[in-house]
Ligand binder design. Sequence first.
Ligand code: NAD
Ligand code: TDX
Length: 335
Amino acid sequence: RDQYHTVIVAGGAGFIGANFVRNVVSTTNWSVVVVDKLTYAGNLANLESLPVERVDVVVGDICDENLVNSVASSADAIVNFAAESHNDRSLHAAKSFLKTNVEGTFVLLEAARRFSIRYHHVSTDEVYGDLPIDTDEAFTLDSPYRPSSPYSATKAASDHLVTAWTRSYGVQATISNCANNYGPYQHVEKFIPRQITNLLIGTRPKLYGAGSNVREWLHVNDHVSGIMRVLEFGRIGSSYLLSSGIGVSNIEVLRLVLELMDHPSDFFDHVRDRPGHDRRYALDSASTRSDLGWSPTYTDLREGLCDTIRWYSENTNWWAAGKRGVEEQYRRFEG
Ligand code: NAD
Ligand code: TDX
């Protein structure tokens, strides 16, 4: 951990980035420079009550070379969480996904190259595409990249840039590909917080199609601890798969949320399915676990969901203002 003094956290005002910054402040003595454009998904409230002498916030775009170079010149590392992250949005307006996810990664890599600093790229299991529902197969580091959505195609492209910049220019980079996250500060457009907050305002949850699609759920704290391990012990040029082994269908997740929030198990609506909807994600994280000595602390989805439901119940001010706009947008998406 002593290898870093000042770390740039791109996208540090978003869901996972903000949880990462909080972890850095409480477990290291690094200084953090958050670079965040504050899109609809970025929220300074996510960084509230952190010590100003440890966390500097620069509001700006990772595609802005001058800005990135000016912060990178006095940093030891860049950890990149900045992205357009929502599949449904990417199906309606992909351009900002190309811009931020691909061009933004290029700009950060060029800065890492110019100033010879460490770069860590936060990516997703979705780069591998999907798996059949009725198998127990899981993706490994040898699985081919086969992204299906505009979002995942741009994440795959950005991973390839990282690999190429390491090989061609010797950039000191690593990648982590993580399963679906849940936990505090997740935007209410995403599946779990959308349904929790629907129930808190008395609206019926919305399930795409039959709800048989399977996601592997990792608590955000465990994602953050995995990235910390990669920063500390990761081998340059390597990718790491971060996952929980907790693969659950959407309808099962929803039934658990309904049960934990004291609603009948049929209190939800089936809505139009997502076009091209990936069937199942699963990662084999055995090599990451043994190489980095990492494992998730949340091994029970019920416990993680209980904590998450409590957080959204106790922090209505954090999400209430944005909820109506998100649901209006979904009504347009869902036709
Ligand atoms: P998020 O949408 O909650 O946050 C993204 C942040 O990036 C926001 O603060 C936003 O303002 C910022 N941002 C967007 N465009 C920017 C730009 N051009 N310049 C600077 N900042 C910009 O996303 P998240 O869920 O926290 O995801 C973070 C990263 O983790 C993404 O790269 C995503 O692909 C990856 N990931 C997410 C999950 C998940 O389940 N949420 C799983 C695996 C990987
Ligand atoms: O209202 C909903 N109803 C529903 O059934 C929403 C918002 C989603 N769903 C389904 C679609 C997916 O099968 O729930 C599942 C999870 O949906 P999202 O929360 O949109 O996540 P997903 O598309 O799986 O992608 C997430 O994990 C991988 C993150 O958003 C990505 O950033 C990450 O790369």
